[in-house]
Design a protein around this ligand. Structure first.
Ligand SMILES: [Zn+2]
Length: 244
């Protein structure tokens, strides 16, 4: 779902009232907006802007960074809307609306009214049934109350709209899950490749390093010591033998 400014305003309106809408305009599509810029551009007092930002923050709709002003020594806060959370609240509200509308629809449908064309009576569905939907006064066939039908059709339209919106949410969630799975697979592949590279690359690198730096010396010293030891161990018995 594309988060248009209208949708964001729809979400933020109950939190900040109309006074806060210019703030949304300034935050929309931007990142790390300084609170002083927000105050300047909305022509609101900095204290009012801060209060609004904290309200949004309490609703998880914005995040902030802070940086110390080296000259003045205080912190300046930079604000960014969190689109995923805005979306989450948007759909949460839609779900709540859908529940309320379904209840309303049920109530409206329960309260079907029937009226006499000559306007003698207005009866509920049950009462109409008792008279087989004929006017108890004049005997004419009762009609269903039009205002009720209009209400019901309005509610039904609204419900359909909400269900479409919520289907969009399901698609977004599904897409996010697919994306996350792809990301995990990619990371696993990357990690494997790294390991394979380490296996292939590390061995020759070690050999080269040891060959260049340490091994000649070590080899020489080893050879020397071995040679010394050998000569000692070999020579000694030889000497002894010679002496004896
Ligand atoms: Zn009648």
């Amino acid at each position: 779902m594309r988060l248009t400014q209208n949708k964001i305003e729809e979400i933020i309106l109950p939190i900040l009232n109309e006074e806060g809408l210019p703030l949304v305009t300034q935050l929309y599509g931007k990142e790390n907006v300084s609170e002083f810029d927000l105050a300047k551009d909305t022509k609101l007092d900095i204290k009012v802007v801060r209060k609004m930002l904290y309200l949004l923050y309490n609703n998880n709709l914005v995040s902030f960074n802070r940086k110390k002003d080296k000259e003045k020594g205080w912190y300046i806060y930079y604000w960014t809307l969190i689109p995923d959370n805005v979306r989450f609240i948007y759909f949460k509200r839609k779900r709540e609306q859908l529940i309320r509308l379904n209840e309303k629809l049920e109530a409206e449908e329960k309260e079907l009214f029937f009226i006499c064309p000559k306007e003698c009576v207005r009866l509920t569905f049950d009462q109409g049934m008792d008279f087989e939907f004929h006017c108890p006064e004049c005997g004419d066939l009762l009609n269903q109350d039009e205002s009720n039908i209009k209400n019901i059709s309005k509610i039904n339209n609204r419900i359909k709209q909400l269900e479409d919106d919520l289907n969009e949410e399901k698609r977004i969630v599904r897409r996010a899950i697919v994306k996350e799975k792809k990301r995990i697979v990619k990371e696993q592949v990357k990690a494997k490749r790294k390991e394979e590279k380490k296996k292939i690359v590390k061995k020759p690198v070690k050999k080269k390093k040891t060959a260049k730096k340490t091994s000649p010396k070590k080899k020489v010293t080893k050879k020397k010591t071995i040679a010394k030891k050998k000569s000692k161990t070999v020579k000694k018995p030889v000497k002894k033998k010679v002496k004896k």
